[in-house]
Design a protein around this ligand. Structure first.
Ligand SMILES: [Zn+2]
Length: 305
């Protein structure tokens, strides 16, 4: 395969805390190639180098140079041009965009990984055609992105959609002040409605110490503690999303990340959010992603659409 003209190939890269994943899409959004490598944790120069090598190897393989979009945790500060809000904390304060443009010899677009997820699902995924899309990643943490009429909403602080660090709304007494969060506060939504949060909540209620991916299986097999933890997760997710609906009123909410594999969320959460939404009826749809884990890289590649 050879695509000579610059711009025919769009590379998307998802810079995660444990892996760096790359995809190459053609103009029509078809996947040409996909590669991944481990993220050099706690080593910024090595992270930049690993990312650049992954791209160079892919370009050599395809015989084509392309546009580069990157999804990262956190965001590029509009004030300083440096990274902020990354749970991969070794990126914070670093001029990632500038360093990558210098290393790769071309303009690069960098945005939050949840924004990439939302953009991918809004473009040709589960939310295709919807006017206002809220894309949520419920993984290790809880991030979100907003796409309006096909465009990512970033905002002057580059934090549009950073809902995971709002507090859990309408907290009960036993939910206050809530678990400590890496951001320095306590009781952030992320500490409740994430894979990590589900496991912690299960342990705190006297249940077994389990990764989130095993809780649903145990609940289905009759484990009462796991079932109760999932019901708390659903009810808290409903409260959290009711806040979003009251402010943004999205047409559709797409879930991503590990917890999006819980099929029961799509039925139970909308059943529970009604009382918290300031409306006589709630037309908002809650749906599973089309591309799942691939939406991060697909959305990054689409930053140059
Ligand atoms: Zn927080």
């Amino acid at each position: 395969m050879s695509c000579e003209a610059h711009g025919d190939v769009h590379f998307g890269i998802d810079l995660g805390g444990t892996k760096i994943e790359l995809i190459a899409l053609d103009r029509a959004g078809r996947e040409l190639l996909r590669r991944r490598t481990a993220t050099p944790r706690n080593d910024y120069p090595a992270t930049v180098e690993a990312l650049a090598r992954l791209l160079e190897d892919a370009e050599r393989e395809l015989g084509a140079r392309g546009t580069v979009g990157i999804g990262t945790p956190g965001a590029v500060s509009r004030l300083t041009g440096r990274m902020k809000n990354c749970n991969s904390t070794w990126l914070n304060g670093m001029p990632l965009l500038e360093d990558l443009e210098h290393r790769l010899g071309r303009p690069v677009r960098v945005t939050n990984d949840a924004n990439c997820f939302a953009l991918s699902e809004a473009t040709d995924g589960a939310a295709a055609g919807a006017e206002v899309v809220f894309g949520v990643i419920l993984g290790t943490g809880c991030g979100a992105g907003i796409v309006v009429r096909g465009e990512v909403l970033t905002g002057p602080n580059a934090i549009a959609g950073e809902w995971g660090h709002n507090p859990l709304p309408w907290p009960r007494d036993d939910e206050r002040p809530g678990p400590p969060c890496y951001c320095g506060k306590a009781g952030c939504l992320e500490t409740w409605i994430s894979g990590t949060g589900l496991s912690r909540d299960l342990r705190a209620a006297g249940g077994p110490d389990l990764p989130a991916s095993e809780v649903a299986g145990r609940a289905a097999a009759g484990d009462a503690a796991c079932e109760a933890a999932l019901q708390r997760l659903e009810e808290r997710t409903a409260r959290g999303l009711a806040h979003v609906i009251n402010i943004l009123d999205p047409d559709i909410i797409v879930l991503g990340g590990g917890l999006s594999n819980l099929a029961r969320l799509y039925e139970n959460v909308p059943r529970l959010w009604g009382p918290h939404v300031f409306s006589d009826s709630v037309e908002t749809r809650l749906v599973a992603p089309r591309f799942g884990d691939s939406s991060g890289v697909r959305g990054a590649a689409r930053l140059w659409d």
